[in-house]
Design a protein. Structure first.
Length: 268
């Protein structure tokens, strides 16, 4: 494989704005990397879609994005899309693909009580992939799961500067706490890239004795490792955000994306 040109971007793909939580730490490690942030607003929310639909939709859409932007690497910055479609995407596209894995392994190392919560979309928490991670890395621990579509809506609202419904936060946390053993839970895995956008609200709801963990820093390190030795622009290049067209979900204001180095919005 030829070395990519310095202006070849990294694509970050998500159903919405959650992947910004992965883009942030990646920019910290690779400050001049050209960025294309792609959000499938026409397919939002992914957590409500069937596995079959996502297994077809995600590779097809990423294929169009790769053709259009010629990236050096693509990041599926979405737990739901990764747990369902990562294998399909890797089979379809000839470039490095980084997926998003629920941070069950570090959570299992961190827990003192042996009770871990996994908060994700409904689609993510039902995946056999989560069973496998729990069996491999949290053997002997109690792993509670809860699917919370309301937090995806809340995270999108927060980035738009809109009010977050406190009841959605409370419902998500009680969905874990009210399960058998939930009162002892001392680590919660944020298994949806949208959810760290609500870290402050979730931390207040779980209380000071429960830690929140997500996989964004680890993904950023993986991206840096896979692109080690490659050439980048000498100075930071303004990033692009691409949204699939839908009347129901118009793109957010550019001001919400500017802190992540994004200077233009396009639709596809």
């Amino acid at each position: 494989m030829h070395a990519p040109a310095p202006d070849a971007p990294i694509i970050f793909f998500d159903s919405g704005l959650g992947g910004l939580t992965v883009l942030g730490p990646t920019r910290a490690l690779l400050p001049t990397a050209p960025i294309v942030y792609a959000a499938d607003y026409a397919g939002l929310p992914y957590g409500k879609k069937s596995d079959e639909e996502l297994a077809a939709r995600v590779p097809a859409l990423l294929g169009r994005l790769v053709e259009r932007y010629q990236p050096r690497l693509a990041v599926i910055a979405c737990n739901t899309a990764s747990t369902i479609a990562l294998g399909h995407v890797r089979a379809a596209l000839d470039l490095p693909i980084v997926g998003t894995v629920p941070a069950i392994k570090p959570a299992a190392e961190m827990t003192k009580t042996g009770v871990i919560g996994v908060l994700g979309t409904e689609a993510t928490v039902r995946q056999p992939y989560v069973d496998d991670l729990s069996a491999r890395f949290a053997d002997g621990k109690t792993v509670l799961r809860h699917g919370s579509p309301g937090l995806v809506t809340g995270a999108e609202a927060k980035l738009r500067g809109e009010r977050i419904d406190p009841a959605a936060i409370a419902r998500a946390v009680s969905g874990l706490r009210d399960q058998p053993g939930g009162e002892a839970m001392d680590v919660v895995v944020l298994a949806c890239t949208h959810f760290p956008l609500l870290r402050d609200e979730l931390q207040a709801a779980v209380g000071p004795n429960t830690r929140l963990i997500d996989g964004a820093e680890g993904i950023a390190r993986r991206i840096a490792h896979l692109t080690e030795g490659q050439h980048w622009p000498a100075q930071a290049v303004p990033g692009i955000a691409v949204f699939t067209r839908t009347a129901e979900h118009p793109p957010p204001p550019l001001a919400a994306l500017a802190p992540y180095g994004i200077a233009a919005i396009e639709t596809i």
